[in-house]
Design a protein around this ligand. Structure first.
Ligand SMILES: Nc1nc2c(ncn2[C@@H]2O[C@H](COP(=O)(O)OP(=O)(O)OP(=O)(O)O)[C@@H](O)[C@H]2O)c(=O)[nH]1
Ligand SMILES: [Mg+2]
Length: 450
């Protein structure tokens, strides 16, 4: 039988009200001894004086009972809404401990909810994301996942797989009659399209970009004005700016909220060949981060002729990226303007020389960036996946289905086995089968009280 556990669910900060949650088979008995009076009926709030074992008054609290299985954890749960002072809360926690309850570990309540079938693994992840959500888009995505939106997608995929599996299994039971050609072709087609759908979802990083931030890398030759723009966009003196080329070496990171999305800006080392060991490492990191980013801003100094390194940086630009021509207060050379226009991406001129020019450039660039982020993350159907874990599993399932589809013509048992493995992959995703290591990792990342 599981232990009864308790924790403050409202965080450690001082506040007007703190909520302690108590869950487990002994929750009602323990709560009753603390209240020294019958508890309110389930789902009815009641005011109670909480009294320690020696009769000392701990607080006057609102008490709420949720009877198993109709509670968050699926067990008996009692909530105490106390005055939020630290001493009050500590006094209540100590008293609960003396009555036989144990402090909850991080994520313990959600884990019980999962184990009691109150939540799928995907929903539990959604709760964790909702608690962490800072932006509107993160909130929307987490809410959809928490309320079962992703489970629906995966269950419908699973349904198709199971149906195909049952038809193939039936064909074994009637071994002397081979599946008709048309049926085989149809099943094969189903598996091929499912494999494609999985592969596409496994490539879709939009969900993660909403959760972890949409990465925008500022790249370009040394002295292009990357760090100046980085500081201007963040409106703080985050990066060192000097007239010396090669100032920035590490990748610096700053955050913005644009169009309701979390955006992570990266300032990087100027790209060039160099004998300096430290700078070389900086350049290699800059390239790496530029390639992995969701969007690149290529900065080109408009006031001087293009250097070899400036041109080499053009290779990193992909469709949809933005080119920013800097130092416009010094004039833009037509050779630079022409060469940049050839790249075929949007070009935004900026100047950071005067504060008013800087504000204008900042606003124009932010508007353009917000538009891009919205285009990439907001367009089309909502992504089916929000974590690397989901993408990994779907990638594996897609490979299995492709192998299964190619296996028609050979022994049907092999096809069946691959389909079974693919179904198991999906079950691992939603948490329908034992995935102990995933559970440990996920729930330990929750905060205490969740
Ligand atoms: N006139 C003018 N000068 C600028 C502008 N933006 C940057 N600068 C100057 O250009 C020089 C280089 O700026 P940084 O922002 O350090 O350039 P960077 O691209 O980060 O350079 P590295 O870190 O060396 O790669 C500094 O002296 C800046 O003051 C601008 O819009 N106008
Ligand atoms: Mg710099």
């Amino acid at each position: 039988m599981s232990e009864t556990i308790h924790a403050v669910t409202t965080g450690a900060a001082r506040a007007a009200v703190a909520v302690i949650r108590l869950s487990g088979p002994e929750a009602r008995r323990i709560a009753q001894s603390l209240c020294q009076k019958p508890l309110p009926e389930p789902r009815r709030a009641g005011l109670r004086r909480l009294v320690d074992r020696d009769g000392a008054l701990l607080d006057e609290a609102l008490v709420l009972v949720f009877a198993a299985p109709h509670s968050f954890t699926g067990e008996d749960v009692v909530e105490f809404h106390l005055h939020g002072g630290r001493a009050v809360v500590q006094g209540a926690l100590d008293a609960l401990g003396r009555l036989g309850s144990r402090p909850a570990t991080p994520g313990a309540f959600s884990r019980r909810a999962f184990e009691n079938g109150r939540l799928s693994l995907l929903q539990a992840e959604g709760i964790a994301d909702l608690v962490d959500a800072d932006t509107e888009a993160q909130r929307r995505q987490a809410l959809r996942q928490m309320s079962g939106g992703l489970d629906k997608v995966f269950l419908s995929w699973r349904g198709i797989l199971v149906h195909a599996l049952s038809r193939l299994e039936a064909s074994i039971d009637f071994a002397d009659e081979d599946l008709p050609e048309t049926v085989t072709a149809e099943l094969r087609q189903t598996l091929v399209s499912l494999a494609d759908e999985f592969a596409e979802a496994a490539q879709d990083r939009r969900g993660e970009a909403v959760r972890d931030g949409f990465e925008v890398a500022l790249i370009g030759a040394p002295n292009a004005g990357k760090s100046t723009l980085f500081n201007a966009l963040l409106q703080r003196d985050a990066a060192i700016v000097t007239a010396e080329p090669g100032t920035t070496r590490d990748v610096l990171q700053g955050e913005l909220t644009l169009a309701g999305y979390r955006v992570v800006l990266l300032d990087t080392a100027g790209l060039r060949e160099t004998g300096d060991v430290i700078e070389r490492e900086g350049v290699s990191r800059a390239r790496q981060r530029a390639e992995g980013a969701d969007l690149r801003l290529l900065l080109v100094d408009g006031s001087c002729a293009l250097s070899q390194s400036a041109v080499e940086a053009f290779d990193l630009v992909r469709a949809g990226d933005l080119v920013v021509v800097t130092k416009c207060d010094l004039g833009i050379l037509s050779s630079v303007a022409n060469r940049v226009a050839d790249l075929g991406t949007d070009v935004v001129p900026v100047s950071a020389a005067t504060s008013s020019g800087c504000d204008l450039a900042r606003n124009a660039l932010l508007a353009r960036l917000a538009e891009r982020v919205e285009q990439v993350l907001g367009g089309g159907e909502l992504p089916a996946v929000t974590r690397q874990r989901h993408r990994d599993i779907l990638g594996r399932a897609s490979d299995l289905l492709t192998r299964a589809a190619n296996g028609f013509g050979g022994p049907v048992e092999f096809v069946i086995e691959d389909l079974r493995l693919a179904t198991r992959c999906l079950d691992g995703l939603t948490g329908r089968i034992d995935v102990e290591d995933v559970l440990d990792e996920l729930f330990s990342s929750f905060c205490i009280g969740k």
